[in-house]
Design a protein. Structure first.
Length: 149
């Protein structure tokens, strides 16, 4: 499982020109599910997101988590995080999980974040979405449950 994590002042998702979710200060998380992923990967990513110290403290150091700042989270499914661009001109998406498996694991991550007390919004799984954000920092971090990077 892979996540592209951005600290944001605000973020939103629209589908067919209609806003479907919006958050204030917090994390915009693009979440990709791979064929080899399972419940352990969902738990790893959810725990990492909860405790990742990517917000500045009073001294300007990245020392606070989303829980510490009482921020919000917007989770957007993104199978292209498993796109392999090393060969040719078109990304290979062979390692991305199919939508039936991916949707269940996506919901597992969302539910675990909610159980931790976080306010979580989502995009619409499998839909073409327009995502907007105001990055704060900018801070962009990559997570991989298989620790490939």
């Amino acid at each position: 499982m892979r996540a592209l994590v951005q600290t944001v002042s605000s973020a939103w998702v629209a589908v067919n020109g209609r806003e479907v979710s919006k958050i204030g200060r917090g994390l915009l998380v693009y979440l990709g599910i791979g064929k080899a992923d399972g419940l352990e990967d969902a738990s790893y990513i959810a725990q990492k997101l909860q405790h990742l110290r990517c917000f500045e403290d009073g001294q300007g150091r990245l020392n606070q988590s989303i829980l510490d700042i009482h921020g919000q989270v917007l989770v957007v499914s993104n199978f292209t995080l498993f796109g392999d661009c090393r060969k040719g001109r078109r990304p290979s998406l062979d390692k991305a999980a199919g939508s039936e498996v991916a949707s269940g694991l996506y919901l597992q991550v969302v539910e675990q974040l909610r159980q931790a007390g976080l306010q979580v919004q989502t995009g619409l799984f499998g839909e073409h979405m327009e995502v907007g954000s105001i990055n704060d920092g900018p801070i962009n971090l990559l997570l991989d449950s298989k620790k490939a990077f």
